[in-house]
Design a protein around this ligand. Sequence first.
Ligand code: ADE
Length: 323
Amino acid sequence: PALPDLRPQSLSEYIGQEEIKKKLQIAIAAAKIRNEPLDHILLAGPPGLGKTTLAFVIAKEMGKNIYVTSGPILERQGDIAAILSALDFGDILFIDEIHRMNKAVEEIFYSALEDYKIDIMVGKGPTARSIRVGLKPFTLIGATTRSGLLSSPLRNRFGMILEFQFYSENELVEIIKRACGIMKIKVEDDAAYLIAKRSRGTPRIALRLLKRARDVMTIKGKDVLSKDLVEKTMDILEIDELGLDEMDRKILKTIIEIYDGGPVGLEVLASTLNVEVDTLKEVHEPYLLRMGLIARTLRGRIATPLAYKHFGYPYKLRGGLFD
Ligand code: ADE
């Protein structure tokens, strides 16, 4: 992990996501009393909100090993069969981007999750046969950007589906201050607040901005992180008052300048910007939607009056959005 020492080790150290923590506390305590593995858990939400971090916290709280892999890495049934048969009782398998597993790998999981058994094909052609392998009861923790991206047979096998929410500014301030404590940085309240304000509700971004601000602090020979230093850092990184970066502004400007404010289809927009549709949809778009800078219509994305205002462009009323 990029920030190993910054990661919380227990649920009590984990800041925010209160609804999720409440549900987990009950499930973890109950599983421990019954000496059972935790039920399979799906963590759903935009990148950078702490899904992987939470999976490590869960393993720590359960006192079990955690093995980490990701959907696109698992190519063949044999890959996953090898991993599953190596798990001990109650161990946790964490699969990031679980919606990106291929069908063959996904199908292995149906019986693995339900009955702790896998059927694997060995051989080819007329000599091919299926062998059944028993597994020790384990826990799968899957992470995905949206629970809706999973096929229903897979989604239905999770005992808990936990949806992550963006963090409030106060929660981000807490996370920033906690990280400053660990990194032994003195930070002023308004400096922490300014970082939080530009972090789009996302701890990963808050901690990245904090580290860049610390760099500026270091080269300027200061020993307190002040609002001034944070402002300077934001200028250098070209992150504006709304927390938008270069890419966000490029997306908005493309809709406004090239497509006259839209509507423009997501695929067309992605190819104009030269990015993957999935990346545009799961990484960039959620924040722009949340900020009300773009909107979805039946015919594609539009830039809202707020987006025009942000760039100081006049907004002209056009025909109905849905015609
Ligand atoms: N670091 C990243 N996310 C965190 C969280 N939710 N709580 C504490 N530290 C974090």
